[in-house]
Write a protein that binds this ligand. Sequence first.
Ligand code: IVH
Length: 670
Amino acid sequence: MKMPEKIQQQATQLRESLNKHNYYYYVLDDPRIPDSEYDHLMRELQALEAQYPQLITPDSPTQRVGAAPLSAFAEVVHSIPMLSLGNAFENKEVHDFDKRVQKGLGVHKIEYVAETKLDGLAVSIRYENGILVKGATRGDGNRGEDVTLNVKTIKVIPLRLQGDDYPPILEVRGEVFMPKADFKKYNQRQIAKGEKTLANPRNAAAGSLRQLKSRVTARRPLTFFTYGIGVVEGAELPNRHSDILQRLQKWGFPISDETQIVNGVQGCLDYYQNIQAQRDALPFDIDGVVYKVNRIEQQQSLGFVSRAPRWAIAHKFPAEEALTQVLDIDIQVGRTGALTPVARLAPVNVGGVTVTNATLHNQDEIKRKDIRIGDTVIVRRAGDVIPEVVRLVPEKRPQNTQAYLLPDKCPDCGSEVTRIKDEAVLRCTGGLFCPAQRKQALQHFASRRAMDIDGLGEKLIEQLIDNELVKNIADIYSISHEQWAGLERMGKKSAENMIKALEKSKSTTLAKFLYALGIREVGETTASILAQHFGNIDKLIQATKADLQKIPDIGPVAAQQIVAFFQQTHNREIIQHLQTVGVHWAAQSEPQTTDSLTGQTFVLTGTLSTMTRTQAKSRLQNLGAKVSGSVSKKTHCVVAGEKAGSKLKKAQDLGVKIIDEAGLRALLGD
Ligand code: IVH
């Protein structure tokens, strides 16, 4: 139907008015019109849009109610990774953090921003020219899930930014959560309807946001606080975190009222005390507070370790505790052969979660705490961590109990158990012969982010180990078609698919291969740093502890584990064996051992397609370069990725050398 111009104007006005009142109501908590008036405006807009569907815009408030269900979430790559935070539990750890910051910056008094640590789900929301275009979960930090439709149902999140001074590209990061009162009300209603309740506000937020049906999300009382930004292009933001938050608030985002600028470590600790005293009265669940260095250039100069910034730390509250009984003690053998005693408990609710197992850590801990089967104990859980037995309640001990001793043989393979010097844990000596270790080693090896062997799941792996088809991880490539087809729930066709998947997995990258080996302390990030640094596996095998410790981000513990791993003959044999059966990766560039960029300052801007900015930064630093966040006359070179914005312009104005991604790769020797 042809649309008169007047109608168009009317729709625009209605949209603007509704968005504005939405903000007054949900963000400022200060409604300016009665609800009935708001509903009236909404119905008017809905009626117009029904008549003229071409009027519907992505930022129309009618679009919040949810769209058709999805069959799965698409993947979103975070071009600036969503990091996690290091934790402090004791004041001393906060003092240590502050000392590290002071030392790193060479400054004594540090200005921090103190915030509450909300217990919900982290999301990144992208705006292009002021319009919400994407909402994504954190996922593993590099890749999350596209939850745009669900994010749009959250009323406090603007569909269109306010004002006109926002950057053309802006990613806003923050926490989606369910306020305590709404959580309670929701569960009461569910109980009244005889339906399932949600375990705790955190699970409620996560479960609600990860719904394929956005109509379901729309009915959940979710809300949001912003605490940071991701990609920003086309405009400079203020140079203090606190000012960035103010700016975000001006553009329409809620920030927590509890956020404060504090001075030095004492300011942080006072804030902690203050918030802890108010914790129960706060309308939302928090599991601690977060301290962030306020000045952005100080943040940039401190940088990151692995997955967490050096300029921020979470100071957690003491965990929640409950009383229960130890019914039995079991031993779990881990992927690395560590024997962990686990208390089987009479089920108990700890902070909204039913706990039936808790770790007892190791023999020394059992002895120190004097825990026996039949004892009454206090268990504790903190956030996502595994529940643990804190202490015995001695007056409740039954008669005739005996001290508990860990077995001297592995419960899974019968091999001797040993205790490595200076380690508290006992380890099974069966190595990759121990089924417990083999199963888990193989599971890790086959996992998506390691060798990515499609279809090789837990059930199949169990059969392979139980039928002794795999003694070490390399054997997986030598299983015949008949052997595959002979396994339970496998036919000819699935055997064929398995063999295809195995063939496909042989072509990998050095980083994935290193990660797949399951070396202790070598997660994905470290594996990728090692691959980049050494370029080939032989050089890594020969590296000494000192060589490894010279690499930024590799500490003494990881260095020791890496050396210990490659010292084992059987591990080197397995690597050899894997290469013999055809596992290969593209040759990396020759490792860069020179300091060819010493004394030069680089600035990265825009999006890179073949590496993350963190990777680019770390590789430039490996060559001796300094990587800074802002362009000045002293900058030697600006690397401009896709959609580079104001920094590129500034470099052009100042006549600073500019290279693109290909230039960067050439410089890095790719
Ligand atoms: S800042 C680079 N601030 O905690 C730092 N995180 O352990 C990135 N969280 O994934 C996070 N409240 O989900 C930050 N005020 C706050 C936070 C906060 C809660 C969560 C967030 C993040 C996790 C990190």
